[in-house]
Design a protein around this ligand. Structure first.
Ligand SMILES: C[C@@]1(CC(=O)O)C2=NC(=C\c3[nH]c(c(CCC(=O)O)c3CC(=O)O)Cc3[nH]c(c(CC(=O)O)c3CCC(=O)O)/C=C3\N/C(=C\2)[C@@H](CCC(=O)O)[C@]3(C)CC(=O)O)/[C@H]1CCC(=O)O
Ligand SMILES: NC(=O)c1ccc[n+]([C@@H]2O[C@H](COP(=O)([O-])OP(=O)(O)OC[C@H]3O[C@@H](n4cnc5c(N)ncnc54)[C@H](O)[C@@H]3O)[C@@H](O)[C@H]2O)c1
Length: 242
């Protein structure tokens, strides 16, 4: 029987490219939210009076003029009009609660930094290394502990994991070019070959892979596997690393 512990939350990697996010507030918490959202390639509106902006917020508004539009004022209902996602980080719980209600009516997901029980989702402590993204969540129980556990995980991470993942992404894209299509036997063969490459190469080796090695691995390896001759031999590397 599968052991499922209810009471958790769904951990997902939300795709926000080309979406618009509304951040209300410009203090300490908003500075973190802005960094998290900018890492997704979304565009942002940030609404907060200028006199209490955090220096990081000021710097990010300057650094991303195309992606962050800033309004020097308090929140207005119309700010919600084009938002796919709303983050309130203000020190005014009544306004925060009201924004949550407006979002509910519009079915827009919302996080209110000061009212966990009204949030549709929580943030977590994050590690980002290229495309590697790790989020540590205590599901609202102990944010400081999430931060402490994150630092421990960071200290044990293989140094080139991000680069290895980036290269595997490139290799997968090249493989799909060579063997396009979705589903069926081809899809299974592609998945099995990619899994074997990942199992038989170390993270350091994957991180060192360049275009030339990728092309040779695909030419010698994938073509062999596709012939269904010697699948195991198809992911070997010594001659490729030479
Ligand atoms: C992970 C992180 C991400 C981020 O914020 O980006 C994050 N909080 C972080 C830090 C942090 N937050 C607080 C402290 C002070 C120590 C302490 O109170 O423990 C510290 C420590 C510090 O600053 O070092 C205070 C605090 N936090 C919340 C409230 C409201 C409340 O509980 O009522 C209050 C005020 C309580 C009060 O007034 O007493 C609520 C939430 N904070 C969450 C996330 C969500 C649950 C995440 C989870 O459980 O895993 C949740 C529910 C909602 C949300 O924010 O989405 C970030 C780590 C960043 C990093 O270091 O990497
Ligand atoms: N979720 C978390 O991780 C976390 C962590 C610490 C604090 N908090 C809570 O989150 C809230 C924000 O914390 P902070 O440290 O960023 O506070 P802060 O005092 O640094 O910033 C508050 C910001 O909200 C702005 N603001 C207030 N009313 C506004 C309105 N109507 N429209 C637009 N902007 C408005 C202020 O101008 C200021 O920029 C607090 O209630 C705090 O208790 C949450």
């Amino acid at each position: 029987m599968t052991s499922i512990q209810p009471g958790g939350s769904l951990i997902i990697a939300w795709q926000l490219k080309y979406k618009h996010v509304l951040v209300v507030g410009g203090g300490d918490v908003a500075a973190g939210r802005l960094q998290s959202v900018l890492a997704t390639d979304a565009t942002v509106s940030l609404i907060a009076p200028r006199d209490r902006l955090h220096p990081t917020v000021v710097a990010l508004i300057k650094q991303f003029p195309q992606r962050v539009s800033y309004r020097d004022r308090a929140f207005k209902d119309a700010d919600l009009d084009d938002a796919s996602l709303v983050l309130t980080c203000i020190d005014d719980i009544d306004t925060s609660r009201r924004i949550v209600e407006l979002c509910r009516a519009r079915r827009v997901p919302v996080n209110a930094a000061d009212i966990p029980n009204l949030c549709d989702f929580y943030f977590g402590s994050q590690i980002r290394q290229g495309p590697l993204q790790i989020m540590i969540s205590t599901n609202g129980n102990g944010p400081k502990l999430a931060n402490i556990i994150r630092r421990r995980i960071e200290a044990t991470l293989p140094p080139h994991a991000g680069k290895a993942i980036e290269n595997v992404g490139l290799l997968r894209a090249k493989l799909r070019q060579r063997a396009p299509g979705t589903g069926g036997e081809l899809s299974k063969a592609r998945m099995s070959w990619m899994s074997q490459v990942c199992e038989s190469w170390s993270l350091d080796e994957l991180a060192l892979m360049d275009e030339r090695i990728m092309e040779r691995l695909l030419a010698d390896g994938w073509e062999l596997a596709a012939d269904k001759k010697r699948v195991e031999a198809s992911t070997t590397k010594p001659q490729l690393m030479a």
